[in-house]
Design a binder for this molecule. Structure first.
Ligand code: NAP
Ligand code: HSE
Length: 425
């Protein structure tokens, strides 16, 4: 029986999980894939640190030792970042190595070039772990759902922000307090910007939209808005309206183009995504044949992410064994336009602090009415010191109409402050 030699690039959270899981499954892999495996090398920056987690003999700080070793056929990139990861993967594919990566940053910006290189060289380039960690979603979109026209992909694809919003909802915390708990428990990184500002989710949306709609969407095409402005007061109003607030990644394939965006959203309590709590992720997909389908599970962490990476490795082993590598490569065979946020329609929740005197409500309604914004719900409360709090929910409105109305409202003297603007599902 053939032995396939594998190299890991990186031995951090995911790399350590992959190392452990490949060791755990080593005896069973020949039955699953028809070949044996051997972990040949592991690229790290700090050998002493890595030697606490893996066999020291395997460790190297020199990429050349890996790429120039012709006996290594599979490279697992779990180091992260655009460089040197991007150049290493490109070189590996160029030299006919099969590659697994968990690197959403890289794939959401340079996926096309890497997939083209894989195709040129008849290699597999798989990255299931890049979106929603342990949840199978890319392979289902490419394979199991290939008979569908997918029109909607919507999901909670960032565990850190979902954890923070769950704490704010269930334990009435303010954002800063919930973020501190997320850091303490290791969900949020020391610099949480990519998570809380929606960039991490935006990268995942770019990958999901590209695969789901067969047309290239890159991170720069995705509109992103994070959760750092969400307050306990917003959460309380959402509750009053029968909703919860979630950071949603939304990708839609419409007749006028692709929508790709990440922003907080009020979603009804009875929507399946409303019950996705803590650091869990879920992706909701609509296809013309399958109707609605939802994928749920752990979107991050050592072993859940390793589960997806090792699944990819085993697929590659099978492809090598059956001589069918490169079978499922780039699936972007369309070239659809991506809409700007200005052209997208949403419903909005907004919270205004206004002077409490006759005619103010009529003025606000007049501004909305003359800008094609229709009001669907209105709550007024807390009239004190001559000021009232107005919570308004609109019907569907084009972003540019809503923004025009808002600019006028913000310039009106009875409006003291526009405190919150959140989209509504
Ligand atoms: P991590 O814990 O920071 O680990 C990165 C590893 O790569 C470390 O061992 C680091 O070495 C090594 N490394 C980084 N740059 C290197 C270089 N130039 N040369 C050699 N080694 C280098 O990161 P992670 O959380 O495992 O994430 C890895 C990848 O998986 C990222 O692309 C991430 O987006 C993706 N991902 C992560 C998760 C998750 O739950 N963590 C989930 C899904 C996808 P040092 O320790 O010496 O710096
Ligand atoms: N930082 C991500 C999250 C995990 O919080 O979901 C890696 O994709």
């Amino acid at each position: 029986m053939k032995t396939i030699r594998i190299a890991l690039l990186g031995l951090g959270t995911v790399g350590t999980g992959v190392y452990k899981l490949l060791e755990r499954r080593k005896e069973e892999i020949p039955d699953k894939a028809g070949v044996k495996i051997e972990i040949a090398r592991i690229l790290v920056r700090d050998i002493e640190k890595a030697a606490k987690k893996a066999d020291r003999k395997l460790l190297t700080t020199d990429w050349k030792e890996i790429i120039e070793d012709e006996s290594i056929s599979v490279i697992v990139e779990v180091m992260g970042g655009l460089e040197p990861a991007g150049s290493y993967i490109m070189e590996a594919l160029g030299r006919g190595r099969h590659v697994v990566s968990a690197n959403k940053d890289l794939i959401a910006s340079r996926g096309q070039g890497l997939l083209e290189k894989a195709k040129e060289n008849h290699c597999d380039f798989l990255f299931e772990a890049a979106v929603a960690g342990g949840i199978p979603i890319l392979r289902p979109l490419k394979q199991c759902l290939a008979g569908n026209e997918i029109t909607d992909i919507m999901g909670i694809v960032n565990g850190t922000t979902n954890f923070i919003l769950s704490k704010m909802t269930d334990e009435n915390m303010e954002f800063d307090e919930a973020l501190a708990v997320a850091k303490e428990l290791g969900y949020a990184e020391a610099d949480p910007t990519a998570d809380i500002e929606g960039y991490d989710a935006g990268r995942k949306v770019a990958i999901l939209a590209s695969i789901g709609f067969h047309s290239r969407v890159v991170f720069d095409d995705v509109y992103t808005e994070g959760i750092s402005a969400i307050t306990a007061r917003d959460i309380e109003y959402a509750r009053e309206l029968g909703c919860v607030i979630k950071l949603l990644g939304v990708a839609k394939n419409t007749e006028t183009g692709i929508e790709a965006r990440v922003h907080p959203m009020l979603i009804p309590d009875d929507h399946p995504l409303a019950s996705v709590k803590d650091a869990f992720n879920a992706v909701f997909v609509h296809g013309d044949a399958v109707d609605d389908a939802m994928f749920y599970g752990r979107g991050a962490g050592e072993m859940p992410t390793a589960s997806a990476v090792v699944g990819d490795v085993i697929d590659i082993l099978r492809d090598i064994q059956w001589n069918c590598c490169g079978r499922i490569g780039c699936s972007c065979y369309k070239n659809l336009p991506v809409k700007t946020i200005q052209d997208i329609e949403s419903k909005y929740f907004l919270l205004l602090d206004v002077e409490d005197r006759p005619g103010v409500l009529a003025n606000i309604a007049g501004v909305f009415g003359s800008n094609a914004v229709s009001i669907s719900k209105l709550i007024q409360k807390n009239a004190k010191d001559g000021c009232a709090e107005l919570a308004i929910v609109t019907d569907l409105v084009k972003e540019y109409h809503f923004r025009d109305a808002l600019t006028i409202l913000e310039g009106m003297s009875p409006i003291r402050k526009v405190s919150s603007i959140i989209r509504v599902l």
